[in-house]
Structures are given as C-alpha cells and as structure tokens.
Write a protein that binds this ligand. Structure first.
Ligand SMILES: *Cc1c(COP(=O)(O)O)cnc(C)c1O
Length: 225
C-alpha cells in the first residue's frame, strides 16, 4: 500500500482514531504514513471528557502548518496566512489525557484479553483479522455474517445490544457523491458495510458477559440454520 502510494507520488494519511497503541510487525501505527490522525473522543481507547484529537507527523513543515490551521490559520497573532479553523486542544482535556495515557497499555491489554475470550468461543461468524505481527487494540470487536441484519435482530430480542461500524461506506454518503461512480464501485467496502456487526467490548466488561454474548450468538445462529 505504501509502495503504491510512493510510486504514484501520493501522501499517506493514517486514520488511527481507533488504533492507539496498535502495532504491525513491531511498528506502532501512526508512524507508517506521512501524517496520522488520532481521536480522543470519550469512547476511544484513549478518551478525553469531550472532543479532542492529535495529528502526528515527522514532517516539520507539515507540523507547523497543522499548528497554524488549528488556530485560525495564524502564523503569528492576528496575522492569518491561510484559512484555518479553531481546533485547539484545551488544557483541561490535555491534563486528563496525560493521566489516562499512563493506563492505555493496561486498558488495551484488557481489551485483548476479552477479545481472546470471544475468539475462543465464537464459531460460524467471520472474526477480526489476527496473526503474527499484528498487535490489535480492539477498539471494537467486529464480526461478520452474511445475514447480519437478521442476526442483529435476534440478538436484540435476547437482550444483546450490538452496533454497526459502519452502515454506509464513505463513497455512498451523499456528502461524497462526487468521489465515485456510486454503488458497485467499491464492492469490498460495500460488502463489509452489509456484514459487519460490533459485539460489546469495553474496559470493565465482565468475562461472564462475554460468555453470555457468545452463548446467545450460538443460539441465534442455530435457530437461523
Ligand atoms: C472516531 C473516529 C473518527 C473521528 O474522530 P473525531 O475525534 O470524532 O473527529 C474518524 N475515524 C474513525 C475510524 C473513528 O473511529
């Protein structure tokens, strides 16, 4: 992927909003491309009390530009060199994030432990990619099933809540209609949008609750067969 981008003279932007601490082949995400975006939205693996985020880059000029853009495009006070926005991280959020950052690894480890429990018990559904060199942080535990909507309905009837990440791929969003030829142009993304189902996974989830979800899912699949 990086080689393709390099050959075509493209910059690579990593969306790391769900991947704080994840690694591929011993290298941490956010360090592969030219620039990476992290979200500290409250529900993320590293979350603030409100909206927050960070941009990572090793490119000094790009870093300076991002600093300007978050502060109304000001190069210095009251001197606007380009059109920017107000996207500053406020001090209280930053202070909270400094404290929670120290717990990130422990929380990621708990998510991996819960995900492992899911993996050992689930059958008959597609599981998240795993393998040597992949250090997942399981912001979500996303399974796949061709009859996703029916399965989701059956789970809800038995009291197991699930979410969809995400229901509609970017190229089918009305706001980005100009980006593609529409439906059918990105079949893998469209298939994923039809099949993905996020099972409950969060820090503090109990092992018995994972077991209940797995048993309920097995019952739903059996009923559908
Ligand atoms: C949460 C999320 C975003 C958006 O992050 P914000 O902090 O809300 O801007 C972008 N991409 C992915 C994959 C996300 O999960």
């Amino acid at each position: 992927m990086l080689a393709v981008a390099r050959a075509a003279g493209l910059l690579v932007l990593e969306d790391c909003a769900q991947a704080h601490g994840a690694q591929l082949g011993g290298q941490v995400v956010g360090t592969f491309g030219d620039v990476a975006a992290f979200s500290f939205y409250p529900t993320k693996n590293l979350g603030a009390f409100g909206d927050a985020g960070a941009v990572l880059t090793a490119d000094r000029a790009l870093a300076e530009r991002v600093r300007r853009l978050r502060n109304y495009g000001q190069a210095e006070r009251y001197h606007h060199t380009e059109k920017g926005i107000n996207s500053r991280l406020d001090d209280l959020q930053a202070a909270l994030l400094r404290v929670t950052l120290a717990h990130l690894e422990e929380h990621n480890e708990e998510r991996r432990r819960l995900a492992g429990r899911y993996r050992r018990q689930l059958a008959g559904v597609g599981l998240p990619a795993d393998g040597p060199g992949l250090r997942h942080v399981y912001h979500l535990f996303v399974i796949r099933h061709p009859d996703r909507d029916e399965l989701r309905h059956r789970l809800a009837e038995r009291g197991v809540g699930t979410l969809l990440h995400y229901l509609r791929p970017v190229h089918l969003q009305p706001a980005y209609a100009e980006l593609s030829a529409g439906r059918g142009s990105l079949p893998a993304a469209e298939r994923a949008a039809r099949e993905v189902l996020s099972l409950p996974l969060f820090v503090g989830l109990k092992e018995e609750q994972v077991d209940t979800v797995c048993a309920t899912l097995a019952a739903c699949l059996k009923e559908a067969a």
